[in-house]
Design a protein around this ligand. Structure first.
Ligand SMILES: Cc1cc2nc3c(=O)[nH]c(=O)nc-3n(C[C@H](O)[C@H](O)[C@H](O)COP(=O)(O)OP(=O)(O)OC[C@H]3O[C@@H](n4cnc5c(N)ncnc54)[C@H](O)[C@@H]3O)c2cc1C
Length: 429
C-alpha cells in the first residue's frame, strides 16, 4: 500500500457498507469492512431453503428504485424479472377486503361510508398530485392527515396502518414529512418485482468485487472499543488504526463501544430509537389468497402479510412472510416455537385452509428508525462533529422510505463526500 493511501474502516456489511466500500476502493482508498455476522447483507441477507436463496424479510423492488435495479442488473440478477402492479387487501375480524374492489372495501366494518370515501379520495389525490405538498419539518402526521383525509378516516385507517402497525406510537408523534414522502413516492401504486435469482447474487457480487479490488472483509467481527480521537479500534481482541471511519451500524450499537464524540452530540443521537420486526417466512401448499400481494391486518398481532410468490412464483409451494413491526419488542424475547404458535394462530383466522410446508422465524432489533416528528432535530447526518468520521445507512436517509435503494445510495453518497473532502484537504493542506 502507498504510504499516502488513506485507510478506511467501514462498520457494517449491509448494502450501505458494501456500496460505500466498493466506491472508495475505486477512488484509491484502502478499505476494511467489519461485520458482526458470519455473512454479509444485513437486513437484506438471505437464507437457503430447498436449494433456493430467500431473503429473511420480504423485499420487493419498485420501478423507482434505480440504485437497487442498477446493482441487481450489474450482478446479472434481473434477467426474467416480471413487473406488475400489485393487489392489496385490508383485513379485520378474520375477513379480507381488497382495496381496488370497491364493493368489498365499502363493506369493511369499523368506519362509516363517509370515512371510506375520504380515505379513497385521499388515496386518489396522492396518486394524481405529482409533488409532495410543502410540510414544515416538525409537523406531525395526525394534524396533517386531519386536514387532508378527515378525522375519522385518519383515526381508523391511518392509525391502524401507520400508527399501530408501523411504529406503535400515536400519529401525533410521527413525522408528517416522512409520512407524506412515503405516500408521494407512490410505492403502493408503482410496478413491483422480485429478481428470480434472489438478492444473494448481488451481495456475493459486491463481496467478490470488493475483494478483487483489494478490500478486506472481516466477518464475525466483535468490536469492543473505538477511540475516535486516537483513530484506533479493537475487534476480535486485536487493535487496529484507521484514517477515516464510516459507520453504517445502528447508532445505539455504535455508542455502546465508541469514545470521542462530543457529549452533546452523543446526547442528541442517543434519542434515535429503532422499531424491531418479528416475522415468519413460510411456504404453503397453495395461495393464502390468490393474486393478492400485500395484506394489512387491523387489530392483530400479525400486521403485514406479503405473498412473495405473487412476484416470483418459482418455489415448491407458495412463499409468504408475515411480520409484526409496531409492538414487536414484546415478541423478540419469545422462543421460535411460541412465535410460530401465536403468529400461525392469527393467520389461521384469515386463512383457515393454510397447509404449511416449512416455517422459519426471523427477529430483527433494528428494523427501521422510528421516524418521529422530532427526527431531524437529533438524527445523525452523513458528517459528524469529527473530521473523517461519517455515517451512512438507513439512519441518515430521512425522509425517504427505508429500503435497499436508499441504503445503496447513502453508501455511494458518503464515499463521494470522502473523496471530495480528501481532494479539498490535499488542495488546502
Ligand atoms: C421487515 C423488512 C422489510 C423490508 N422490505 C424491503 C423491501 O420490500 N424493499 C426494499 O428495497 N427494502 C426493504 N427493506 C429494507 C432494506 O433491507 C434495508 O433498507 C437495507 O438492507 C439497509 O441496509 P443498511 O446497510 O443501511 O443497514 P443494515 O442492513 O442494517 O446493515 C448494517 C450492518 O451492520 C452490522 N452490524 C450491526 N452491529 C454491528 C456491530 N456492532 N459490529 C459490526 N457490524 C455490525 C449488521 O449485522 C448489518 O450487516 C426491508 C427491511 C426489513 C427489516
Amino acid at each position: 500500500m502507498n504510504k499516502s493511501t488513506k485507510n478506511v474502516m467501514v462498520l457494517g456489511g449491509g448494502l450501505a457498507g458494501l456500496s460505500c466500500a466498493e466506491k472508495l476502493l475505486d477512488a484509491g482508498f484502502a478499505v476494511t469492512i467489519l461485520e458482526k455476522d458470519n455473512h454479509l447483507g444485513g437486513l437484506a441477507a438471505s437464507f437457503e431453503v430447498e436449494g433456493e436463496w430467500i431473503p429473511k424479510f420480504y423485499h420487493h423492488i419498485v420501478r423507482s428504485n434505480k440504485y437497487t435495479i442498477a446493482a441487481l442488473t450489474r450482478f446479472g440478477v434481473m434477467t426474467g424479472a416480471k413487473w406488475q402492479r400489485v393487489r392489496m387487501s385490508l383485513g379485520v375480524n378474520g375477513k379480507l377486503y381488497e382495496l381496488r374492489k370497491l364493493w368489498e372495501f365499502f363493506r369493511m366494518p369499523g368506519s362509516s361510508v363517509w370515512a371510506k370515501l375520504r380515505f379513497a379520495a385521499f388515496g386518489a389525490y396522492t396518486i394524481l398530485k405529482p409533488t409532495v405538498p410543502k410540510i414544515s419539518a416538525q409537523e406531525n402526521a395526525q394534524d396533517w392527515l386531519y386536514k387532508y383525509c378527515g378525522k375519522e378516516a385518519t383515526d381508523y385507517f391511518w392509525w391502524n396502518l401507520y400508527g399501530r402497525n408501523k411504529f406503535n406510537i400515536p400519529l401525533s408523534q410521527i413525522s408528517a414529512s416522512q409520512f407524506s414522502q412515503r405516500l408521494w413516492e407512490k410505492e403502493g401504486y408503482d410496478y413491483f418485482t422480485f429478481p428470480p435469482k434472489g438478492l444473494q447474487p448481488m451481495i456475493e457480487g459486491f463481496s467478490r468485487e470488493i475483494q478483487k479490488k483489494g478490500g478486506v472483509i472481516v466477518l464475525s467481527a466483535r468490536l469492543s472499543a473505538l477511540d475516535l480521537a486516537a483513530k484506533t479500534l479493537i475487534y476480535n481482541g486485536k487493535k487496529d488504526t484507521f484514517d477515516i471511519l464510516v459507520n453504517t451500524i445502528p447508532v445505539p450499537e455504535l455508542i455502546k463501544f465508541s469514545h470521542g464524540f462530543p457529549d452533546e452530540y452523543v446526547t442528541s443521537i442517543r434519542k434515535l430509537r429503532y422499531c424491531p420486526a418479528v416475522g415468519l417466512c413460510f411456504a404453503t401448499e397453495d395461495w393464502l389468497k390468490e393474486g393478492v400481494y400485500w395484506i394489512n391486518l387491523f387489530g392483530e398481532r400479525v400486521q403485514v402479510v406479503m405473498q412473495h410468490s405473487v412476484l416470483c412464483d418459482k418455489y415448491k409451494g407458495k412463499v409468504t412472510w408475515c411480520i409484526r413491526y409496531g409492538g414487536s419488542e414484546e415478541d423478540i424475547g419469545l422462543s421460535d416455537e411460541q412465535i410460530i404458535r401465536e403468529y400461525t394462530a392469527c393467520l389461521k383466522k384469515y386463512f383457515p385452509n393454510a397447509k404449511f410446508l416449512w416455517i422459519k422465524v426471523f427477529k430483527e432489533k433494528y428494523a427501521e428508525p422510528v421516524y418521529d416528528k422530532d427526527y431531524v432535530s437529533y438524527a445523525p447526518s452523513y458528517r459528524t462533529p469529527l473530521a473523517w468520521i461519517y455515517h451512512a445507512g438507513i439512519q441518515v436517509t430521512f425522509p425517504k422510505i427505508r429500503n435497499q435503494n436508499v441504503a445503496l445510495e447513502s453508501g455511494y453518497k458518503v464515499a463521494e463526500m470522502i473523496v471530495q473532502d480528501a481532494h479539498e484537504c490535499t488542495n488546502n493542506p
